[in-house]
Write a protein that binds this ligand. Sequence first.
Ligand code: NAI
Length: 268
Amino acid sequence: MYNLLKGKKGIIFGALNENSIAWKTAQRAHEEGAEFVLTNAPASIRMGQLDVLAKKTGSQIIPADATSVEDLENLVEKSMEILGGKIDFVLHSIGMSVNVRKNKPYTDPNYDYTTKGWNVSAVSFHKVLNVLYHKKAMKDWGSIVALTYMAAQRVFPDYNDMADNKAYLESIARSFGYYFGRDFKVRVNTISQSPTPTTAGNGVKGFDGFINFSEKMSPLGNASAADCADYTISLFSDLTKKVTLQNLFHDGGFSNMGVSDAVMDKFE
Ligand code: NAI
């Protein structure tokens, strides 16, 4: 451990169970000396094991539906009270498509589901940023990260409307990131992570084939949830102060590959 986050205070969204990327990030942040508040939607807190993580990391839990500005305002105010000041880092690790859950194909969605999934997966990030911005809750040189996937740039048919949600999310990071940089010296980035076996990941149709393909295509192999946590910690640390408005691929090299020997072998 390097004490990279010693004295830093944060808010971590989206730890459902020990497979969650946010769970691993919370563990690593704790090891690096950070103090933080854990949050998730009330139903997810009831279903998941967030209290176990809270105990392990000495953190408090504040429930918040990330689509509710009122819940987010309460979350940010209470977090500053609990942590005794402004926030250094925030992780948005939230995603859900109702069309995927209900097996609606991309070509024939239910548009109420489309709107709900977009609100949870993309607009929630705008709302989080909005509340942090207007409450002047971020400390100077703080860091905000959201998680995304490469289907925002390239076609992965089974990723369904999450591809569109991720494109929107990445755009919000750039657009709102400008104001955070200008006004508070705060950086806003997205990490585009390899397929990862979590509750959300396993919800994608054909996920096993998908993760194996990606493993064979990537020169370094897929990045795990623990790898993603490490990378996120670097973005929360003071070692990356001038990195902002970026979509950062964390995928073992997958995003720049055309084809690999291992994949070609299957076709020869
Ligand atoms: P996960 O299922 O453990 O986490 C998703 C979280 O979103 C859950 O904790 C869930 O409770 C939360 N959530 C859903 N609706 C919410 C709401 N209304 N308010 C607050 N929280 C809500 O899965 P994972 O994989 O750790 O997902 C984290 C992030 O990583 C997501 O943005 C996902 O799209 C992204 N990602 C995941 C990949 C994967 O293959 N698993 C690949 C690339 C990105």
